[in-house]
Design a binder for this molecule. Structure first.
Ligand SMILES: [Zn+2]
Ligand SMILES: [Zn+2]
Length: 491
């Protein structure tokens, strides 16, 4: 295909633009309809896609081929891609980078959130000027930061194969029908003028910068820790807790349904250096895991286990005779919730039974609630991975248990189970104990909220039920154990 023809502009005016903006001396450069500065501050990638396609009469497929990325997959672009794209459209790299990595964000990653992938949210005044910003689509924003108007939401039309393509089509249509002269209009520059004079945008920028900085310094320890375990946890409410938002922004920002509080416990430098020393060999989360796998079997259970067992009995009492709407099939491995249509239903485990088992599994005597096959697997797995902790002095294997060394593969299980004891004199014990208690506290709150919300019409969603709310924070002196506490905002 002749690229020059395919990318030719839509008419006389655009040709004028080409003449103005494209370096004709470069023979390898196709005459693109794009000019430096056409990318506007805080413009959405959706708007860039729609404008570029319209200016150059490209289909989305052409667009994707030309730029070498899929619409909607902008998150995967790297520095080298920004440079390449900047080169292609002759914009400076900083503007291109700002297009793909939005500067106003509450995420620590570069991921750009949108309220709904089945809709386009926009400001009608901005659209009338040929402008659309990612700010209009951030789930935590409720008004246009430039015009302060409430935002409109339109469902995407079905054109295109991916949701992102449908969104790009929908935005193009919106711009076309509401902005005379789009995509050639210069009115978008007017928005830029307003934007420069706009305090709201600079305040949003300032606040998100501070809040993200606070979040990363308040974040879990990553250097001597298993980075794959903890997730980005922060939502708007948590950031507002960390960094109070200027009240002038209240009207722009959607009030979150939950307010957060934190419970913090501090641990000394001694605990920190012991943790640092040990976690050089074994990450904190593994140590923590073993602490629970060993102490969960104690005949005199530690406080976190007692708390968990109390919660289990309370839930059993609350449950009474099962009248639950949903059950998980015991035999299936798909973990699907199915409507029970009246109990008893022999092959199902109802929500109460699910959490009852989970509680013991996470904070108690695991093998007591596992099937015999899984229990044997658990024991073998424990034995195989427990030696480093035994050598580190965190656990000790009971002499009479004859715990097989992983080298001796012919013997895989110890003579008795449980086969190890926790070393309570370790400096880490109070930290681990507190962390486990925090976890149980969080789980109890989450579980009761979850059970309360279950209705007969929607299958329960237990995917994030045991979301960890616990963070270990590195301080100048010592460590802090932080538990985020979710509270519903009182109406
Ligand atoms: Zn606006
Ligand atoms: Zn039930």
């Amino acid at each position: 295909m002749d690229q020059t023809t395919a990318l030719a502009g839509p008419g006389a005016i655009s040709r004028h633009r080409i003449a103005e903006n494209v370096d004709r001396t470069s023979s390898t450069y196709p005459p693109l309809n794009w000019w430096r500065g056409r990318l506007r501050n805080h413009e959405s990638t959706l708007s860039f896609t729609a404008s570029f396609c319209a200016l150059n009469k490209l289909t989305l497929k052409d667009f994707e081929n030309f730029f070498g990325y899929k619409v909607g997959k902008e998150g995967g672009l790297q520095q080298a891609d920004f440079e390449r794209i900047a080169n292609l459209i002759r914009e400076d790299i900083a503007s291109v980078q700002a297009l793909f990595i939005p500067s106003i964000s509450i995420r620590l990653s570069s991921y750009c959130e949108v309220l709904s992938t089945d809709h386009v949210r926009y400001c009608r005044h901005c659209i009338a000027l040929g402008y659309h910003s990612y700010l209009h689509e951030l789930p935590w924003i409720q008004r246009c930061p430039i015009h302060l108007t409430t935002l409109d939401l339109v469902p995407t039309d079905r054109k295109g194969t991916t949701k992102a393509q449908m969104r790009a089509h929908t935005l193009a249509k919106l711009l076309q029908s509401n902005c005379q002269g789009w995509p050639l209009t210069d009115d978008g520059d007017m928005v830029m003028q307003q934007e420069r004079e706009n305090d709201y945008i600079s305040l949003l920028q300032m606040w998100t910068d501070y809040a993200r900085k606070a979040a990363s310094s308040f974040s879990f320890i990553t250097s001597w820790d298993n980075p794959s375990l903890p997730k980005e946890l922060y939502d708007l409410g948590q950031l507002q807790w960390l960094e109070p938002m200027p009240s002038i922004l209240d009207m722009l920002v959607k009030q979150s349904e939950v307010i957060w509080d934190v419970d913090i416990r501090h641990f000394s430098d001694e605990v920190k250096s012991e943790l640092r020393r040990l976690s050089a060999g074994t990450p904190f989360w593994t140590i923590f895991d073993f602490y629970k796998r060993v102490t969960g079997y104690e005949s005199v259970p530690p406080p976190y286990v007692l708390k968990m067992r109390q919660a289990r009995s309370a839930l059993r009492e609350q449950h009474g005779v099962c009248q639950c709407f949903w059950g998980k099939e015991l035999v299936s491995s798909t973990d699907r919730w199915i409507s029970t249509g009246g109990w008893p239903h022999w092959n199902n485990r109802c929500p109460y039974q699910v959490v009852d088992k989970e509680l013991e599994l996470r904070w108690g005597a695991r093998t007591n609630v596992l099937s015999s096959t899984r229990a044997s697997k658990e024991i073998v797995d424990f034995v195989q991975s427990s030696y480093p902790l035994h050598y580190a002095g965190l656990i000790h294997h009971l002499e009479y248990a004859n715990v097989p060394h992983p080298q001796f593969i012919f013997k895989r299980v110890p003579d008795v189970w449980p086969c190890s004891k926790w070393n309570y004199s370790s400096a880490l014990t109070p930290l681990l104990q507190a962390a486990a208690e925090f976890e149980v506290d969080s789980a109890i709150v989450e579980i009761s909220a979850w059970l309360e919300e279950i209705d007969p019409y929607t299958p329960p969603n237990d995917a994030n039920l045991f979301n960890d709310m616990i963070r270990l924070v590195n301080q100048n002196e010592g460590l802090s154990l932080v538990r985020w506490i979710k509270k519903k905002r009182s109406k």
